[in-house]
Design a protein around this ligand. Structure first.
Ligand SMILES: [Zn+2]
Length: 308
């Protein structure tokens, strides 16, 4: 099975282990985005990280992760909801040449002003109400390192990530240290320290190619076969961008008929792509005419006896 997140806990309850691989959902997400392979790889790593983190949020809403900077890549952004609906996009400077070996820092952060932002956005948030936002400098040579830097500098739980992605798959492994129950219980704390160190040692043996090739089940078995783990139910992940033809139609309507007529006169039809997922929407002359037709029930003048 693909597009699944697997969650486990060590038997001493001290360390959370999560593994994820996306196939179909990732391919759907990239289908309309013409990204250089290196950028698709970074976007996939950030997508895997966002899903791994979103599965642990305790509210109905979403996690948004953003890498921003002034290099050939301006923005890499992923949003994942608590029920694991994912969307992701990247903005690349036009005409930028991006070799596969370009480092994360030179792609996004040549001037050292790059930022890594984490936004926790509750669903149905009132306009003007604050979402939680954490911003740190963009540090590290990988998406995992940038994220670990953020976690360390924002008093989050100790977290380690191993991420990998290409044009067809993205995958990740997360280890997170659970909050201790009582500081006084030193033997439990010692056990927890040992478990945390042991899990990291095992996970550090994994190569990116294995993360992409193995299913989460295989990966977990390969790494932790000597350890008893408590397993939780699988969680399915799906790609979802809320753009629809109707929303695009609303946007075109808001431009006004004169503007639409002038685009039609110039181009013969309107081609527009969602600026998040890149999905294309076509409106020909007939579609455009219908944008400005009033529903039949509104054609009648109020108080129709006054027509004469
Ligand atoms: Zn879209």
């Amino acid at each position: 099975m693909s597009d699944l997140l697997k969650k486990y806990l060590t038997t001493d309850h001290s360390t959370r282990i999560q593994a994820l691989r996306l196939d179909q959902a990732w391919q759907t997400g990239l289908a309309h985005q013409d990204l250089p392979p290196r950028v698709a790889g970074l976007l996939g790593e950030l997508a895997a990280a966002a899903v791994l983190l979103a599965s642990n949020i305790k509210f109905d809403g979403s996690v948004v992760l953003q890498l921003q900077g002034n290099g050939p890549v301006r923005l890499i952004m992923v949003e994942c909801t608590a029920d694991l609906a994912l969307r992701a996009t990247a903005h690349v400077q036009e005409s930028a040449e991006i070799p596969d070996t370009t480092s994360l820092q030179s792609l996004l952060n040549p001037d050292g002003q790059g930022r890594f932002t984490v936004l926790l956005d509750p669903a149905g948030r009132q306009e003007g109400a604050a979402a939680y936002q954490g911003i740190v400098p963009l540090e590290g040579d990988t998406v995992a390192a940038a994220l670990e830097y953020y976690m360390k500098h924002s008093e989050q739980l100790d977290t380690r990530l191993w991420l990998a992605a290409d044009g067809t798959r993205c995958a990740g492994l997360l280890l997170q240290r659970m909050p201790g129950k009582t500081a006084a219980d030193t033997s439990a704390a010692d056990t927890a320290d040992a478990t945390w160190a042991h899990c990291q040692t095992l996970a550090d043996t994994i190569q990116p190619a294995e993360l992409l090739a193995d299913t989460p089940d295989t990966l977990i078995h390969k790494l932790f076969w000597e350890n008893d783990l408590l397993a939780f139910p699988d969680q399915a992940v799906r790609w979802h961008c809320p753009c629809t033809r109707e929303r695009v139609a609303d946007m075109l309507r808001s431009l006004g008929q004169a503007e639409i007529d002038s685009i039609l006169a110039e181009q013969g039809h309107i081609h527009i792509a969602c600026n998040f997922c890149g999905k294309p929407y076509e409106f020909d002359a007939v579609d455009c005419t219908s944008l400005f037709l009033k529903p039949a029930d509104q054609l009648q003048a109020p108080g129709s006896d006054s027509i004469h």
